[in-house]
Design a protein around this ligand. Sequence first.
Ligand SMILES: [Zn+2]
Length: 293
Amino acid sequence: MELCIDFGGTEIKLAVIDGTRVVASGSIPVLGSPADLAAAATEARRLLTETTSPADAVGIAVPGVVDPTSGRMLHANAKYDFLEGLDLNVWALTEFGLSAVVENDARAALIGETSTGSAAGERDAVLVTLGTGIGTAAMIDGMPLRGRTGHAGILGGHLTVDLDGPICPCGNIGCGEALASTWALPSGTTMTEVFTTDAHPEIRGRFLHVWGAVVTSLVHSYDPAVVILSGGILRAGDAVRAPIEAHVRAHLWPSMTPPHFVVPPEPELSVARGLSVLARATTIHTATPQEEQ
Ligand SMILES: [Zn+2]
């Protein structure tokens, strides 16, 4: 069994997973201070008392860049700047006596969906989460891309879509996320309003156009068989998925086969599923050639 902790944008989601079964789950609000870590540990211990057998490992997802070698967070969004540089493996050892694997949240969601979720068995996939920001991750031939310093595949929201667009807080110009995300909305306007009412047709059209361009660039970059679209706004159904898919089909490189698009039916489980897979892998002992001799 694995204890999975997802440090999300508005809440910290925790789950204990046995195989593909969620045996206990809970969530706590994010305060944006080191107190979040203590609260997460308390909630995790409460969940572990609800289970019949002990957890074997911990999986932790963070909304930021994780060094693939050390597991430390290299860059966090504002709410979690207190996690930067922190060794969460040491934290998990101290709090639970268990070692932890730390992963970027979008990459964990991609691993979850391609292992036991909506794209199970797919080896070439791109995941795009639309919402507060634009989270992305990519897998090629069964391998989630991490790259030299952990940045590969996860910066899809920071591809330039408009060279004459605004400077993004990341430093780049006209990023997709700077043009079409919750924080790019005019104040007082919500995503739900934009996508479930006819109050803001111009914003809706522009956002879908930007997301279509972002996904087309990701398909051109990674040649996926499947594109997984996730995030709360996908609950608006085909109003979001269909225009993005149509944009990709209309502007795809001529010799490419269009990927198919899936929307996970249980997006709240994507990250936990991925963390469970990653954490379980750390507990399976594989004999080294030296040990076999
Ligand atoms: Zn940016």
